[in-house]
Design a protein around this ligand. Structure first.
Ligand code: ATP
Ligand code: MG
Length: 751
């Protein structure tokens, strides 16, 4: 580019240009929505690769979503070519996984470890709570999981949880011990949860300074988008990596901090200047995205927040004011969905692209009404961030099969599919395996391999289990030779799982069979089963085919960083938005976060924003009268046009004024109800189970038994040991005769 200006600098304003060309030393870009922060970061990546003496893999770039990572890679690729492929670019999670795939052994993870989703995490914790005899109605696994996640977000291992932490009180003060057990159990099943992806990295960095040194030497430059939403663990991770050279550039906007519920701390922005003294701080003021009208609406709204670093957005000089922000009151949710979809169709007929339109909601459940209406109207749409497809029961079952093939120690997958389709391995057999697994601290698969050599299971169950293990062994040996889609087809066929749904007479079975077929096609795009499984666990935001022109439905949280010509913002009602939780809880702060979320929503719009609220909403078969959101009143009246067509304004419409009461469940986590989910075998130990329960925790203090010893077995009663071999025993039972049993299931008889 001698002489001529490189393409990534073209059109940048002086402040943006400074942020791009100041490649060395710490840089903080703190600016409002749409001021070009992400664009600057992308240009900076190109600038570094083109002008600094580094190789692409010596640059680390962090984005908030996988989608944002993809976009940045594509844009940088367009500017500087295929070099962009090799940059370490991704979300914190994806980058953490990448490091753990190399160094996981340092924290006890074996190759091919599984990344658990939220469902699996809960299941695992629930098992621990039940085994500990904790009342899971009072101390829900969800609450426990929330605590563990919060600690992980703060970078705290069980040992490090501070004495005064209120969370310790959970389960009668046993929270930290449960956290510890949860981590041990993850290690046994060779799995990590999302929080671990960074926490394990932090552990490795602290315990193995040589590994940290290698990485911080390798990454000459670090770039971070959406910095306002980093949590403490992420912050520590960045700081450890960047401290040596200090070549770190973070961009963010305190007004868009919307993830404090996931441990994000705006304080990280303030800490930046302290940790990286002499940082260049760049402020961008000109907004390139939205019309002056939309900016005025957004700025007017966010001014109601007190806790701000304070900055205002400026529109471009000479920009047309643009359309007023429309606020529309409607009768009920159905009418609201109808109006939105009518508008979408009208715009489409007028030549607007569907890709330029989005419906942004406060909570995931709100998309349903719009989805139904869009389906009815035949308008293509995608739900971003909701992972519709991969969350379906049959898909999750199929993936559990694949996980087990890839990683036989994945006990959660084993548990999910061991009796799907029915193989005559009922609850009792599964319980036996689970006990064996807990007692010996081995995975269910290994417990199963042991069990088929003994008489612990009924002959029929043993036969079924042996057949299942044989199948698994065969699929596993095929896994290397076969393409992942073929392998998946084979597994679904030979396991009888596909056939199970084919024979099912229920109305949705056909759809499930189609979904399973779609899964097999989806696998075509992957080189290996491992790559696919990683994709499933990480990528939850690329639902629709990127090429298809479609309306986007998503939550406000998922919309961060994106932009659309037309943005619909439905459901602006008190208790929906602001969310009821924010009104109940720690008042002012939570409310300010809701307002930031509204600000994020409005600033996604390039040309127009249409806000709506309804007078009546149906919530779980009950009608509720609704009040317009306070945020509506906070919009500067001069930029708002009230659409009174529906006559809800001033009509005092009270609808069906039910007393509030059922809101608590709004948007609460649903249970998938799949596999073992609901019909889970009782895992609370029976009365006679105390011995294994107490022995279980240490795992290795089982009594060593010798031939001639008298023993007692829960099922077969008293007997005499004939032979002992690697945890398995041959015993002459007084009543049942000679049997092979698993060592953990017998107690030495007293006296
Ligand atoms: P957010 O806070 O919402 O993430 P942002 O600060 O990251 O916003 P970008 O998404 O980078 O902003 O930019 C917003 C829009 O403005 C994009 O369409 C971008 O291409 C455009 N833009 C940014 N800088 C310029 C510029 N100098 N000239 C023209 N357009 C620009
Ligand atoms: Mg951005």
């Amino acid at each position: 580019f001698q002489g001529a200006e490189p393409p990534w600098l073209a059109g940048l304003n002086p402040e943006q240009r400074a942020a791009v060309t100041t490649t060395d030393g710490p840089v903080l870009v703190l600016s409002g929505a749409g001021t070009g922060k992400t664009r600057v970061l992308t240009a900076r990546l190109a600038q570094i690769l083109a002008t600094r003496p580094v190789r692409p893999w010596q640059v680390l770039a962090v984005t908030f979503t996988n989608r944002a990572a993809r976009e940045m890679r594509e844009r940088a690729g367009a500017m500087i070519g295929p070099m962009a492929e090799q940059v370490w670019l991704g979300t914190f999670h994806a980058l953490g996984v990448r490091m753990l795939r190399r160094h996981g052994d340092l924290v006890g993870l074996r190759s091919g470890f599984t990344i658990l989703d939220a469902d699996d995490q809960l299941r695992l914790l629930k098992q621990i709570l039940e085994a500990e005899g904790i009342d899971t109605k009072k101390w829900t696994p969800q609450a426990g999981m929330g605590l563990i996640q919060r600690w992980k977000d703060k970078g705290l291992l069980p040992e490090a949880v501070p004495a005064g932490d209120g969370g310790r009180e959970y389960a009668g003060g046993r929270a930290v011990d449960l956290y510890k057990q949860y981590q041990q159990r993850l290690a046994v099943v060779n799995a990590a949860d999302f929080g671990d992806l960074l926490l394990h990295c932090l552990t490795i960095f602290t315990k193995h300074p040589d590994v940290l040194a290698d990485y911080s030497k390798m990454f000459h430059y670090i770039l971070v988008d959406e910095y306002q939403d980093t949590n403490v663990a992420q912050y520590l991770w960045l700081r450890l990596l960047a401290r040596g050279h200090g070549n770190i550039c973070c961009v963010g906007d305190d007004d868009q901090s919307i993830y404090s519920w996931r441990g994000a701390e705006v304080g990280n922005i303030l800490r930046f200047e302290a940790d990286f003294p002499g940082a260049t701080v760049v402020r961008l003021e000109r907004n390139y995205r939205s019309t002056p009208t939309i900016l005025a609406a957004a700025s007017g709204l966010i001014r109601h927040n007190k806790g701000r670093l304070g900055k205002d957005l400026r529109a471009g000089e000479g920009d047309e004011a643009g359309d007023a922000v429309i606020v529309r009151g409607l009768w009920d949710g159905e009418e609201e969905a109808r109006r939105v979809v009518d508008d979408i169709e009208t715009r489409q007929r007028a030549g607007d692209r569907l890709n330029g339109m989005a419906v942004l909601v406060r909570a995931g459940f709100q998309t349903r009404a719009f989805e139904e209406r869009l389906i009815l109207a035949g308008v293509p749409y995608r739900v971003v961030g909701g992972a519709r497809f991969y969350e379906r029961q049959e898909i999750r079952d199929a993936i559990a099969y694949l996980r087990l093939v890839a990683q036989p120690d994945d006990s959660l997958a084993f548990e999910r599919i061991i009796n799907l389709p029915r193989r005559g391995l009922g609850d009792a057999s599964l319980q036996t395996l689970m006990r064996a697994s807990r007692m010996a601290s081995i995975s269910l698969m290994r417990a199963a391999r042991e069990a088929i050599e003994t008489d612990e299971l009924r002959p029929q169950a043993r036969k079924a289990l042996r057949a299942f293990l044989d199948d698994m062994g065969r699929w596993r040996s095929l896994a290397d030779a076969m393409a992942p889609d073929e392998l998946c087809g084979t597994v679904l066929d030979e396991s009888g799982y596909l056939e199970m749904w084919r024979k099912d007479k229920s109305p949705d079975a056909q759809g499930r069979v189609e979904n399973l077929k779609e899964l097999v096609s989806a696998l075509k795009e992957f080189e290996s089963l491992g790559a696919f499984l990683e994709h499933v666990s990480l990528v939850m935001d690329n639902e629709a085919r990127a090429t298809e022109d479609a309306v986007t439905l998503m939550t406000l949280h998922a919309a961060k960083g994106l932009e659309f010509d037309t943005v619909f913002l439905p459901g602006w009602e008190e208790e929906i938005f602001p969310h009821r939780r924010a009104l109940d809880e720690n008042g002012a702060e939570a409310l300010e976060e809701e307002r930031r979320l509204a600000y994020v929503g409005l600033t996604r719009a390039r040309k127009r924003a249409i806000i709506s609220f309804v007078a009546n909403r149906r919530v779980y078969n009950e009608w509720r009268a609704c009040l317009p959101s306070r945020f509506i009143d906070e919009l500067p009246p001069e930029v708002v046009e009230r659409d009174s067509a529906s006559g809800v304004y001033g009509s005092g419409a009270q609808g069906y004024a039910d007393a509030p009461g059922g809101w608590g469940r709004l948007g609460g986590p649903g249970s998938w109800g799949g596999g073992w989910g609901n019909a889970a075998p009782a895992r609370v130990p029976a009365a006679g189970d105390t011995p294994w329960q107490t022995r279980d925790r240490s795992g290795d203090d089982q009594p060593s038994l010798r031939p001639g010893d008298r023993v007692f077995h829960d099922k077969f009663g008293g007997g005499t040991v004939l032979a002992a071999d690697q945890g398995r025993l041959e015993i002459d039972f007084d009543k049942a005769g000679i049997k092979k049993v698993m060592g953990g299931f017998v107690r030495k008889a007293e006296g």
